[in-house]
Design a protein around this ligand. Structure first.
Ligand code: XBP
Ligand code: MG
Length: 262
């Protein structure tokens, strides 16, 4: 007797930073440094330091974490905590300007998978920690002006008080779409991301990047180095892809079904 249940996959929910695009090292980090410079501060976040700061999601939260954990008491500028929202607004301005130059492309396979998902009638959503303007800028400058409307829900930034690794942002997206977790699949790249998506009971596909390659992704339905393209195969780090060499909707459906029945 076949005891497998079939729950139909209805929606794809994407993280943004690190998943759709490699935005952290050459995007967010650069924009933070530009904001510090604009405000005449001597802070400069190197690639390595920024890797440590990524432990905390959210740009305002990251600055607070830097003050609390990376600076000696005598080096903390007076009144700096009150200045964080203003500094962060400057950072967002620099970041969106950087994106408008087309400097940060989508990762391999992302555009193809999104287009295929749309053709097949899947519903799309975003669940991210970053500021909403940043999502709009990334989508507009990579997929075009119209692409914002492809995503039924853009759950971003301070829309929920507890950012990732809390499950709140995914739960918010599910609620807005009126879907249950087993009708959706999440795409993530980091430990904070997967804690958030798994916390919301979502089957999660991981594509790693340089900052996240050593993270613990137990519980993921598959861990890949990238989504891949027909002529640019992915490398499977963990999980069973049934002989596939790039991520397409057929494989997403299979992984979802496997996860539902495990
Ligand atoms: C993204 C983040 C964000 C960005 C900066 O994490 O942690 O904080 O680095 O964005 P995730 P803001 O990919 O898990 O959503 O400065 O706009 O907060
Ligand atoms: Mg991410």
């Amino acid at each position: 007797m076949n005891t497998e249940t079939k729950t139909k996959l209805k929606a794809f929910i994407f993280d943004v930073d690190g998943t759709l695009s490699d935005t952290e090292r050459d995007g967010h980090r650069v924009a933070f440094n530009q904001a510090f410079e604009e405000y005449g501060m001597d802070w400069h976040w190197s690639v390595e330091t920024y890797g440590k700061l990524l432990e905390v999601t959210g740009g305002k939260e990251r600055m607070k974490y830097y003050i609390d954990h990376f600076l000696d008491a005598e080096n903390i500028p007076e009144g700096i905590e009150q200045k964080i929202p203003e500094l962060h607004a400057a950072k967002t301005r620099h970041y969106t300007e950087l994106l408008s130059t087309g400097a940060i492309p989508l990762r391999p396979g992302v555009e193809r998978l999104i287009n295929e998902a749309r053709q097949r009638g899947y519903r799309l959503a975003i669940a991210t920690t970053t500021t909403p303007e940043n999502v709009t800028a990334l989508l507009t400058h990579t997929l075009g002006e119209d692409s914002i409307a492809w995503f039924e829900v853009i759950a971003a930034g301070d829309i929920v008080p507890a950012k990732k690794p809390g499950p709140d942002i995914y739960q918010y997206a599910l609620k807005e779409m009126a879907l249950s977790a087993d009708e959706c699949i999440a795409f993530e790249d980091s430990i904070n991301g997967i804690r958030s998506s798994i916390g919301a009971d979502l089957c999660t596909i991981i594509t790693i990047n340089d900052y996240t390659k050593d993270h613990d992704f137990s519980g993921a339905c598959v861990v890949l180095d990238q989504m891949g393209e027909p002529e640019q195969p992915f490398t499977v780090i963990a999980g069973d892809v049934d002989g596939a060499s790039y991520l397409n909707c057929d494989l997403v459906e299979k992984l979802h079904q496997q996860a539902i029945n495990s």
